[in-house]
Design a protein around this ligand. Structure first.
Ligand SMILES: Cc1ncc(COP(=O)(O)O)c(C=O)c1O
Length: 464
């Protein structure tokens, strides 16, 4: 085991980017602060080549890919059939808005939508843009002014989605003048429950807050257009609510005459097992936002589906930018959906999820630093806790140890490592990646999260 994943080529390119890239000036400062706190700063890799379940960094080190292009590759890296479909569309159409592939994509998505109840589709480029367009459509449809969003949720990094997201109050600093239309409600997950409450009791409180507290004390119910919810809180830490929570939200929306917007950008297209994560609770939203997986990790593609009466003839709900629904993006989406259906990819994904559960089932007993392991399909999160330490540093140290062992996973600003294996990953690759993760956790447990042998730079995903 070596530090080769941060080899000379990677270091040199990162250094070269420092003067030019956003956040580049933070590298040394963040690294120094981490070191001063006694932690190794999170390390960064640059992908030189990606194929199937694996990728290679600039220095030639191979990794099992649990990072998955930020959960965008349901069929693994560079799937050849999707590449071919994309290239064929580019060769044939270049870029024109008025190409024929939009219609079969919209048809497919209507047929796949929960309960086949969301026949209309609006093409967008990114998940961020799609969420913003969906919120706008809801405001226009209802002619109301307010949206309810949940704590710990993430909906994107645009001006609107920064405000709708609620995973860190620091994100609103400087944006106060823009945030008047968003009401934030608590979301039941185990890291945020007040002392002396069970998760079930806290969930009841969250539903009561939504239905009673907000209309009574925050905003009149008839001025609230919609509730936006991630069926599982992905960026917030892969938290999986009990199915009764989503059902409760749906019932409240019905009673209060609010639209329910499900943000399935990360959970959709099989990430949690079924095609849509709302299927776990049997809930049918009024609007559903999609992205990421839908185009097989090759081309930007996103959008939102909605009920006929919301989007069929809503002249104020304009949206969709120049590059929304490109020929290449539509071709990628069509091919991805075709392969998922043809190869029973969702069934394979579920068998991988069962395998992951089997391998990880004893981790909370085996490792003192692991406080929780959870998953829904292949949306998997592991939380870390060590008395006297910031859990985020512990998680990052684990992630570093995983990188050393050739496994790439995600760890941002929460005390968790998140895993997003491709839905078609080979079972032995999944198993060996998880076993390497267990070794990494054991190494951190043995040495403690304080590791003083780290050179002064670079820090984590700053600037890329
Ligand atoms: C649930 C959810 N919604 C929206 C977004 C934003 O999507 P994008 O990064 O494609 O703009 C993300 C991104 O991670 C997400 O996880």
């Amino acid at each position: 085991m070596t530090e080769s994943f941060m080899g000379p080529k990677t270091r040199a390119l990162l250094r070269r980017g420092q003067p030019y890239l956003k956040g580049g000036a933070r590298y040394d400062r963040v690294a120094a602060a981490s070191e001063q706190a006694g932690f190794r700063p999170p390390r960064q890799l640059i992908v030189d080549r990606a194929e199937g379940d694996f990728l290679w960094d600039l220095d030639g080190q191979r990794y099992i890919d649990f990072q998955n292009g930020w959960a965008t590759n349901p069929l693994g890296n560079c799937h050849p059939e999707i590449l071919e479909a994309v290239q064929a569309a580019q060769r044939r159409y270049g870029f024109h808005w008025e190409h024929p592939l939009r219609i079969p994509v919209a048809e497919h998505l209507a047929a796949l939508s929960p309960g086949q109840a969301l026949p209309r589709f609006s093409f967008e480029v990114s998940g961020t843009e799609a969420v913003e367009a969906a919120v706008h459509a809801a405001l226009c449809h209802s002619d109301r002014r307010y949206i309810i969003a949940f704590a710990s949720s993430f909906h994107g990094e645009g001006l609107g989605t920064k405000l709708v997201s609620a995973y860190d109050s620091n994100n609103y600093v400087g944006l106060e003048a823009w945030s008047g239309g968003v009401i934030r409600a608590p979301f039941p997950h185990s890291e945020a429950i007040p002392p002396n409450l069970t998760l079930a009791q806290y969930q009841d409180y969250c539903l009561w807050y939504l239905e009673e507290h907000i209309p009574r004390y925050v905003m009149a119910a008839n001025n609230i257009a919609a509730v936006i919810i991630e069926p599982a809180l992905a960026e917030g830490g892969n938290w999986v609510p009990d199915p009764t929570f989503l059902q409760g939200v749906r019932d409240i929306c019905d009673r209060r005459d609010w639209l329910m917007i499900a943000d399935e950008v990360l959970t959709g297209v099989g990430r949690t097992g079924p095609m849509w994560a709302v299927e776990h609770s049997g809930v049918i939203p009024d609007i559903m936002v999609v992205g990421k997986h839908l185009s097989g990790g090759i081309e930007p593609f996103a959008g939102f589906s909605a009920r006929d009466d919301i989007l069929g003839d809503n002249p104020r709900a304009t949206g969709g930018s120049t590059f929304a629904g490109t020929p290449a993006g539509c071709a990628a989406a069509l091919k991805t959906l075709e392969i998922i259906d043809r190869d029973n990819v969702l069934d394979h994904g579920q068998s991988l999820a069962d395998l992951a559960q089997e391998v990880m089932s004893d981790w909370t007993e085996r490792f003192q630093i692991v406080s929780e392991v959870r998953g829904l399909g292949l949306l998997i999160g592991v939380s870390f806790e060590v008395d006297g330490y910031d859990g985020v540093h512990v998680a990052r140290t684990v992630r570093d140890e995983m990188l050393k062992r050739g496994v790439w996973a995600l760890c941002d600003f929460q005390p968790q490592v998140r895993l997003y294996p491709a839905l078609n990953m080979a079972p032995d690759v999944l198993r060996s990646g998880l076993e390497a993760m267990a070794e990494a956790i054991a190494a951190v447990e043995q040495s403690g999260p304080q590791v003083g042998d780290y050179p002064a730079w670079p820090s984590g995903n700053v600037g890329f």
